[in-house]
Design a protein around this ligand. Structure first.
Ligand code: ZN
Ligand code: ZN
Length: 216
C-alpha cells in the first residue's frame, strides 16, 4: 500500500486520539485543556489557535465517532460513517510547505477548529486505507491485557502489538522470533547455529529489559 508521510502522521494522530479514551486506557486521558494541549504538542499540529472547553467536547465526540468507524461490521457501514464525519468537518484541500516541511496537503481550512481539522485529516487518511482494501491495518492490540489500537504499516501486516511500554517489548521479541522463522540457518552452518542461538537468546533478554526498545 502506498502511504505518504502525511497520511501516516494523520493515522498516528488518530491512533493516539483513540487510545486516550477510557475504553482503551482505563481512564479518560483527555480530562482537561492541558491534556488536550499536550495532544496537540505531541502530534506537532501546527496553526492551532486558542483551545477552549468546546474544543475538548468536540474532540471527545469525534473520538467516539472514530471508535464507531472501527467497530463497523462492514466496509459499507465504515464508509458511511467516515463520509458523514468528514462532511460534518468540511474540507478545504490546500498545498502547504509550512515550518520547513516539504510540500504536502492539508485538508482543513486555515483556522479550522481542532476537531474539524482532525476529522478531515485523519478521516481522509483512514478513507485512503479503506480504499486500498486495508481497513484491518487499524486494529486492536493482541496482548490479552491490552485494548489499545495501533496502525500496522508493516509490509506483510504481521504486527500484533501496540507500542505501549508493555506491549512494545512483546513487539520486539515477536519481531525477533519472526525473523528467526523466515531465515533458518543453511544446513552446513547448523553446528555453529547453536552458539548463535544462545547468543541471540541473550539479545532477546536484553530487549525484554524495561525501557529498552520500547519505541519503534
Ligand atoms: Zn502540515
Ligand atoms: Zn498493547
Amino acid at each position: 500500500m502506498l502511504i505518504t508521510h502525511d497520511t501516516e502522521c494523520a493515522l498516528d494522530a488518530l491512533v493516539e486520539l483513540l487510545n486516550t479514551s477510557p475504553e482503551a486506557c482505563g481512564q479518560e486521558a483527555l480530562p482537561d485543556l492541558p491534556a488536550l494541549r499536550g495532544f496537540v504538542a505531541n502530534r506537532e499540529l501546527s496553526d492551532v489557535g486558542r483551545l477552549t472547553a468546546a474544543d475538548l467536547d468536540a474532540i471527545r465526540l469525534l473520538r467516539a465517532r472514530f471508535w464507531e468507524v472501527l467497530g463497523a461490521a462492514t466496509v459499507q457501514e465504515a464508509a458511511e460513517l467516515l463520509n458523514g464525519l468528514i462532511a460534518r468537518a468540511g474540507t478545504t484541500p490546500r498545498l502547504t510547505d509550512h515550518d520547513g516541511h516539504d510540500w504536502h496537503m492539508h485538508y482543513f481550512a486555515p483556522g479550522a477548529a481542532l476537531a474539524d481539522r482532525v476529522a478531515a485529516e485523519s478521516g481522509i487518511a483512514l478513507s485512503l486505507v479503506l480504499v486500498a482494501g486495508e481497513r484491518e491495518r487499524l486494529r486492536r492490540c493482541e496482548a490479552p491485557d491490552c485494548v489499545r489500537v495501533f496502525v500496522d504499516l508493516s509490509r506483510n501486516r504481521s504486527r500484533r502489538y501496540c507500542d505501549s511500554r508493555t506491549c512494545g517489548n512483546r513487539l520486539h521479541v515477536a519481531a525477533y522470533r519472526a525473523r528467526q522463522r523466515v531465515a533458518p540457518p543453511p544446513e552446513a552452518e547448523l553446528g555453529s547455529a547453536r552458539d548463535a542461538a544462545s547468543a541471540s537468546a541473550s539479545a532477546v533478554t536484553t530487549q525484554e529489559t524495561p525501557g529498552v526498545g520500547v519505541r519503534t
